[in-house]
Design a protein around this ligand. Structure first.
Ligand code: UDX
Length: 432
């Protein structure tokens, strides 16, 4: 078993640290924010992520939280798990990565610095150079990107489709790969640049699938086809697969929007115009706004109309509001003069623009509303099309931004219903 240091007690750092501890490694998690470290020592996790509190508790004896960088000095592997937010130019901001490197304690032997944060291709080479020029030539370097999806991060870590390890030295890659030996997963070994690109390309491909199916949905609406059936029919083709073909109101979150911009800028900084990715980003922006058109189609001008936004987090099972479509929708609705009420079982909605009222229950959110929009497919909303809700609304209109409900059942229950990419009125589902 190894001693692992983690720089950054954010979402990636805590998931990674708690999972390595679960695999039997000794883990030291270091952050620069005293309140964060204090809270973690008391067992408080600063975000909503299934299984993380349990893992931290169960492996408490193998986990240390610290502000002192010297506490990681004897770690064999040092993971960088800091934020790489976009800058004004859309490039990734690597200042926190460089701060970690500047603050490295006096390291003996051959510790290996491992990059988990998502970084532009070429970062590893720059860091390698930076280490060498600081007299840290004895510190190894590897890229080991994360592919964790929020809400299922622990499961993703423990049952990965693959583990990617890029290194300059074979032995450094071996040491990183050995950390995962308790898991059954193919390990992709490659050079550092390729490891960095795998992460960016995987995300870009997933986003491409989403924007693709969203455009198919829009054409379905124009032509009378049903995107849910179309996606099922596409997904059974083994060359295509069923994942990431749910049409909706676009992707959000902490990764996709940021990483797509970073890849686009990375390409353009190198003189290449990544046309397909630019289109993927634009389609996603337009997709969020289509809900407004749908509301207008049913309600006319939105001034003075009351709209309930159901689900505020960018996806279910997380409280993360970063780049959530709910923020764009709320802003657009307020700009149109609508009254906006929001509800979410976990997210507090603080990221929403001022003027949005936050309701504590779905029923409160829809009371007197002219329309209810399913923004996030929380399980709690599967039963939205029920009498109590219909009777509470001023106008029983549901715009289902995630195709969560059965259209026929919703209409049967007395709602006007519109999903994404679904025919205006469906006959009962034929039994196959
Ligand atoms: C994603 C990647 O999945 C993960 O590998 C990477 O490390 C970080 O980014 P995450 O952002 O947590 O993870 O969520 P994910 O479940 O991938 O969903 C991203 C967005 O795409 C969400 O807004 C979701 O609603 C949307 N989405 C996803 C769709 O609109 N349709 C789909 O079919 C799938």
């Amino acid at each position: 078993m190894s001693k692992v240091g983690i720089f950054g007690a954010g979402w990636v750092g805590l998931v990674t640290g708690s999972c390595f501890a679960e695999l039997g490694h000794e883990v030291v998690i270091r952050d620069v924010v005293p309140e964060k470290i204090e809270a973690l020592r008391k067992g408080d996790v600063p975000f909503h992520e299934q299984q993380v509190p349990e893992l931290l508790q169960r492996n408490a004896e193998r986990l240390t939280f610290t502000l002192d960088v010297n506490d990681v000095a004897d770690c064999e592997l040092l993971f960088i798990c800091v934020d790489t937010p976009p800058t004004y130019s859309g490039d990734a901001d690597l200042s926190r990565v460089w701060t970690v490197i500047d603050e490295l304690p006096n390291l003996k032997g051959r510790p290996i610095l491992v990059m988990k944060s998502t970084v532009p291709v070429g970062t590893g080479e720059k860091v390698r150079h930076g280490l060498d020029s600081r007299g840290l030539g004895h510190v190894g370097y590897a890229s080991n990107p994360e592919f964790l999806a929020e809400g299922r991060a622990v499961e993703d870590f423990m049952n990965p489709d693959r583990v990617v390890v890029g290194a300059f030295e074979e032995a450094d890659g071996d040491a990183v790969a050995a950390l995962y030996s308790g898991l059954e997963a193919p390990i992709v070994r490659c050079d550092v640049n390729s490891a960095e690109m795998i992460k960016l390309a995987a995300n870009a491909f997933l986003m491409t699938r989403i924007s693709f199916i969203n455009e198919i949905a829009n054409v379905c609406e124009a032509t009378g086809a049903d995107v849910v059936k179309v996606a099922a029919g596409i997904g059974l083709d083994r060359r295509l697969g069923p994942h990431f073909l749910n049409a909706g109101i676009g992707y959000g979150g902490s990764c996709f929007p940021k990483d797509s911009l970073a890849l686009k800028q990375l390409a353009s900084n190198s003189g290449y115009h990544f046309q397909l990715l630019s289109a993927v980003i634009e389609v996603n922006e337009l997709q969020k706004r289509r809900v407004i058109q749908k509301l207008k189609k049913h309600l006319g001008p939105l001034r003075g109309k009351s709209v309930a936004l159901l689900g505020l987090a960018f996806k279910p099972n997380t409280d993360d509001m970063r780049e959530a479509p709910s923020i764009v929708l709320a802003s657009r609705l307020l700009a149109e003069g609508a009254e906006v009420r929001g509800w979410d079982p976990v997210a507090d909605g603080r990221a929403l623009p001022r003027g949005v009222e936050i309701a504590t229950s779905v029923l409160d959110a829809v009371r007197g509303a002219d329309a209810a929009v399913i923004v996030t497919e929380w399980a709690e909303l599967k039963t939205l099309a029920r009498d109590e809700i219909r009777d509470a609304m001023a106008n029983a209109l549901i715009i289902d931004g995630r195709n969560l409900l059965d259209p026929a059942a919703a209409r049967e229950a007395g709602f006007e219903y519109e999903g994404i990419g679904r025919p205006a009125a469906l006959v009962a589902e034929p039994s196959v």
